[in-house]
Write a new protein. Structure first.
Length: 231
């Protein structure tokens, strides 16, 4: 299921402060921005899907799995240029996704994976916190291929009664950290269609990175729901 909706937070006074080199797409947002996202995106097996913003403009395109491997997802910009690859780590000790770009994040960074023969480079990691009381996921950034450092924390708020619908706050780590993004609630878009949800981020945020984060969290949450239903 996708993200649920609740009273939207006002992100107009917040600034993520991301530098260009900290953004998967290489450019932080200049103002609050929202995206409409297809639920269960990582397991999407249909045709290409355009991810549009609050103005209706296509910002990114997720390539259909007909052209990609099952454990990864390729994202292009509106011009059709590949900008990110999201890959599930199958044998990890905890649920983890890697986010790769098609350019090194620092000079001299070595490629550790490829996309159909094209080198890709580690940029970020989405990792579930195992001991959290409520589902929490870290957004970690690489510098070269060194151990990544936590930049943001995504906290999923499960709805009453154990329902699958949820909202998610993306915030600065630590007690009382500023909320810089949300999933499932928006002051900019009225949600239409039960098979989509909304990501909204503040100024100075990594829009493409937060799309990758939300897709990874939605997949990990959905996978848990399937396991719970089966057991």
């Amino acid at each position: 299921m996708g993200c649920g909706s609740s009273t939207p937070l006002d992100l107009s006074g917040s600034d993520g402060g991301f530098a260009a080199e900290q953004c998967v797409g290489g450019c932080p947002t200049e103002s609050p921005t929202a995206l409409v996202v297809k639920q269960k995106f990582f397991s999407w097996s249909g045709d290409d899907f355009a991810v549009k913003d609050q103005t209706g403009a296509t910002r990114f395109v997720v390539k259909g799995k007909v052209l990609t491997m099952r454990d990864k997802m390729v994202i292009t910009n509106e011009a059709g240029e590949k900008v990110a690859m999201v890959q599930k780590k199958i044998l990890s000790l905890r649920p983890t996704f890697q986010v790769y770009t098609y350019k090194p994040n620092t000079e001299g960074q070595e490629s550790t994976e490829d996309d159909s023969g094209t080198p890709v480079y580690r940029f970020a990691m989405v990792e579930k916190q195992l001991l959290a009381l409520t589902p929490e996921f870290c957004w970690k950034l690489y510098k070269g291929n060194e151990d990544p450092e936590t930049k943001l924390l995504a906290k999923v708020q499960m709805s009453l009664g154990g329902m699958a619908r949820f909202t998610m706050d993306i915030k600065v780590p630590g007690e009382g950290g500023t909320v810089l993004g949300t999933c499932g609630q928006s002051s900019m878009i009225q949600l239409q269609g039960k098979n989509t949800y909304i990501i909204e981020v503040a100024k100075g945020m990594d829009l493409l990175g937060m799309l990758c984060l939300a897709v990874a969290v939605d997949d990990m949450r959905e996978e848990k729901n399937v396991h719970n239903a089966g057991g």
